[in-house]
Design a protein around this ligand. Structure first.
Ligand SMILES: [Zn+2]
Length: 252
């Protein structure tokens, strides 16, 4: 059935209860929507978002819901489409559970947002080596807004301002690196470092320093193991931030 023309697949989907159930499952699954959003960003820098399957031109996010499958295929024509199979879903669930089990109830909104969008950005960066500014802006705004909840409820406006300051310092530090050595770091990394600075800076300046050291150590190990000279830095930065946040939250 996989290699049949699209028309045949459509006929099948109209009658096959199993396909209709799968379509419904994707429609109501936040992870399926997240995978479809990631799919639209899997394009080279400067190119428009991929809103349709390149093989069969079916919308990735149509009225019928997300049409990318968890196994990394187009639900209509079965051509490979979207992020690595299972990776996004596994990473969101693992980081989401880690965050939920560690941070306090007032911080859940900020850090779940940070974790989910962080994973989304890391998965995109792994695939196409870019961190879209639109997603990073939403990532920053949601994290800052979410941290206002504990800042107001627990009278921790000082910590919120510290998070903001850490974000700005981190952003400027990476902006200087990117300017001094063009090509060593993309502007997507610079803005992502700003958001990481906000999320980790809430816990203090030392956690931010630990995050950056961990990110560089992981990235260096990756370059050595793969014998590459370049690679996506974002996933290392984001993973390090999540590790340090979980460690900082559980230590008080
Ligand atoms: Zn297709």
């Amino acid at each position: 059935m996989n290699d049949q023309p699209a028309e045949r697949s459509d006929q099948a989907s109209a009658t096959d209860p199993r396909i209709r159930l799968l379509t419904f499952t994707r429609m109501v699954s936040p992870l399926a929507w997240l995978r479809a959003i990631a799919t639209t960003y899997l394009v080279a820098y400067g190119e428009p978002r991929q809103r349709r399957c390149p093989a069969c031109d079916f919308p990735v996010l149509g009225r019928g819901g997300p049409t990318t499958t968890i196994t990394g295929k187009c639900a209509r024509c079965r051509a490979p489409l979207g992020p690595t199979p299972w990776l996004l879903e596994f990473a969101v669930l693992a980081t989401g559970l880690a965050v939920l089990s560690r941070v306090g109830p007032l911080q859940v909104a900020a850090y779940c947002w940070f974790a989910v969008l962080g994973v989304l950005l890391a998965v995109i960066d792994l695939a196409v080596w870019r961190l879209p500014h639109a997603l990073t802006a939403a990532w920053a705004a949601g994290t800052l807004a979410g941290l206002l909840i504990p800042a107001v409820a627990q009278h921790r406006l000082g910590d919120w301002l510290q998070a903001l300051a850490a974000g700005l310092v981190s952003l400027m530090f990476f902006a200087v690196l990117a300017s001094v050595r063009p090509g060593s770091m993309g502007w997507g990394d610079v803005t992502a470092a700003g958001v990481v600075g906000i999320a980790v800076g809430w816990w203090g300046w030392w956690p931010l320093l630990h995050t950056l050291v961990l990110a560089y150590a992981g990235f260096a190990a990756y370059l050595i193991v793969t014998r590459r000279r370049r690679g996506p830095f974002g996933p290392f930065l984001i993973a390090s931030a999540l590790v340090i946040i979980v460690a900082s939250a559980s230590s008080g």
